[in-house]
Design a protein around this ligand. Structure first.
Ligand code: ADP
Length: 544
């Protein structure tokens, strides 16, 4: 801006200067011309008077370098010339001033020399004898005048340039200083020129709009960061060159990266080069997915291209932990295999016994034993199927109506039902309760209690004891039976897991009892703890 002000003021100065010089020279030259013509006329008048009186003698006495006098006859021939030899001079009859003088009594003319640097002023007058006397004088032209004045003009121009340099510098500084001092952060607080007041007001409006937008942007960024921060899935945003723009804590954890990976290429955190092909394919085809395993966990990684105006603008990478799903899938598959196996065994036994009976291979006295076996296996099947149905109902996690349950009475009922089988095994079954009411599902709580007590009786030898206790909103079932070795503690709640398969089968176990206990407890938000030592007994507590 300073330079522009300086340039324009210099240009204006030069233009004004040149115009002034032109006009001045024009006026001066005109005035000078007028003066010379008048002087020439005066001189001619004097010369004409001299000629009328002294004739040729007057002319011969003239000794002037400035003026030249020429006496011309009516036919145009030169009678006498004060400077040149009249015999060598051409006929003057066609000269403008001479024609006019012969015709009207006087004539004037101005003619340029060949070089254009000089011109000659002519004045002519007709004398009484019919001849014409002409006076002429050389005069410098404007060009010559300019040439003559070149030095002063150059000096004046130089002076003007220097002056305008100094002045325009000062002026531009004075104009721009208040603009330099403008506080654009608070446009309305400035006291600069009134002319820029509307601009400052507009700037202020823009400022307010930008502030509001920035605020919104900050809020949105915070919301975005908060949401991706709380995601359990790993999220990475890349630009079109594969540089990381955003990464959430879950992704940092999954890919074992530091927060300073932002701004670096994705390959910097992909040490094994697993993503290279996937990313290339994503940018090419728009989508790619892969499985990724780290520290015993399985991840599904989805790559999706982000486009802006149909041009690739980047990619989003989402890593989902599939470990639980994989485990669930695995246990589902294992469960199905176990169910088929568990169903097959009693069915084979039933079919085998029935075939032997049908073909008459069984002795008459053994028939009741065979029928007893068929009945026992069929009953086992029914129990097994009931347990499977119960478990699958619990798996579906569908809400079951709850009600107030008197846990102590429920435990008393269960114990009274199992008392007979305990007595059969010569096991002392005791119960201690305190009045306990809770909100729950009576059927599930009854199954939970039955399974715990039934196991305690099943896995306690004759002469042992089983103790059921209801206190502080907890069910405790204790026995002094065979106990469970520590290596099985974690697994006995798994479906179909048994420490001793044949013992379990002999005693009518399905391997699903404790799974049902675990699910029923989970349904009531209760924890299950097991204390057991091999040969010493087992205690299971369900704390509601
Ligand atoms: P099961 O139908 O075989 O009893 P459960 O799921 O009820 O199946 O129990 C799983 C396994 O845990 C049993 O097979 C048994 O080995 C062990 N178990 C359960 N309760 C006891 C207990 N009170 N004492 C010793 N072992 C037990």
């Amino acid at each position: 801006m300073k330079r522009r002000i300086f340039r324009s003021s210099l240009l204006i100065t030069m233009l004004v200067l040149l115009c002034c010089l032109g006009i001045l020279i024009g006026f001066v030259y005109d005035y000078y011309d007028d003066v010379q013509v008048r002087q020439l006329k005066d001189e001619l008048g004097i010369a004409a008077a001299g000629m009328e009186q002294d004739g040729l003698k007057f002319l011969k006495d003239v000794r002037s370098e400035r003026f030249r006098l020429t006496w011309i006859r009516a036919d145009g021939t030169v009678i006498y010339d004060t400077i040149a030899d009249e015999n060598t001079m051409a006929n003057h009859a066609e000269r403008e001033e001479v024609i006019s003088a012969f015709a009207t009594g006087s004539g004037s003319a101005k003619r340029y020399s060949d070089t254009l640097t000089e011109r000659t002023l002519y004045e002519a007058i007709r004398l009484n004898d019919g001849t014409v006397l002409r006076i002429s004088m050389r005069q410098a032209t404007v060009t010559a005048l300019l040439r003559y004045m070149l030095l002063p003009i150059v000096l004046v121009i130089a002076l003007c340039v220097v002056l305008s340099l100094i002045l325009s510098k000062k002026m531009s500084r004075r104009i721009t200083e208040p603009l330099d001092r403008l506080n654009l952060e608070a446009p309305l607080e400035n006291e600069a020129y009134p002319e820029i007041e509307p601009l400052l007001q507009r700037l202020n409006v823009l400022h307010l709009q930008i502030d509001a937008q920035m605020q919104k942007l900050k809020q949105k960024t915070a919301q975005f960061e908060q949401s991706i921060g709380n995601m359990s899935e790993g999220l990475l945003l890349l630009d079109q060159d594969g540089q990381i723009l955003t990464v959430n804590p879950a992704a940092l954890r999954i890919f074992r990266a530091d927060a300073d990976c932002v701004g670096k290429n994705i390959l910097a955190i992909d040490r094994d080069g697993l993503f290279r092909n996937a990313i290339n394919e994503t940018f090419l085809n728009g989508h790619c997915q892969m499985q990724f395993e780290r520290e015993g966990k399985n991840y599904h990684i989805g790559f999706d291209r982000i486009t802006d105006d149909e041009q690739p603008a980047g990619a989003v990478i989402l890593a989902i932990d599939m470990t639980q799903q994989k485990l669930a899938e695995y246990s589902r598959r294992e469960f199905s295999a176990n169910v088929s196996h568990e169903l097959k065994t009693p069915l084979q036994s039933i079919i085998g016994s029935a075939e032997l009976l049908k073909d008459g291979f069984v002795k008459q006295e053994d028939i009741p034993t065979f029928l007893e076996r068929i009945h026992k296996e069929a009953s086992r099947l029914v129990v097994l199927i009931e347990d499977i149905i119960r478990l699958s109902q619990l798996d579906e996690k569908q809400p079951i109506p709850t009600q107030t349950v008197a846990l102590d009475s429920l435990a008393q009922e269960v114990v009274s039902i199992l008392r007979e089988s305990a007595e059969k095994k010569k096991i002392r079954l005791t119960i201690h309760t305190e009045p306990t009411e809770m909100i729950g599902v009576p059927r599930l709580l009854s199954e939970l209690l039955t399974n715990l007590c039934d196991n305690a009786i099943k896995y306690t030898n004759a002469g042992g004891s089983v103790e059921v206790e209801i206190k502080n909103k907890a069910i405790i079932v204790r026995d002094n039976g065979i106990g469970i070795a520590p290596e099985h503690h974690m697994r006995i709640f798994e479906r179909f897991y048994r420490v001793d398969k044949s013992h379990s089968r002999r005693s009518g176990g399905t391997g699903l009892g404790l799974s049902i206990v675990k699910h029923a407890a989970e349904y009531h938000n209760a924890s299950v703890t097991l204390e057991s030592a091999l040969g010493q007994g087992t205690s299971i507590t369900v704390q509601f």
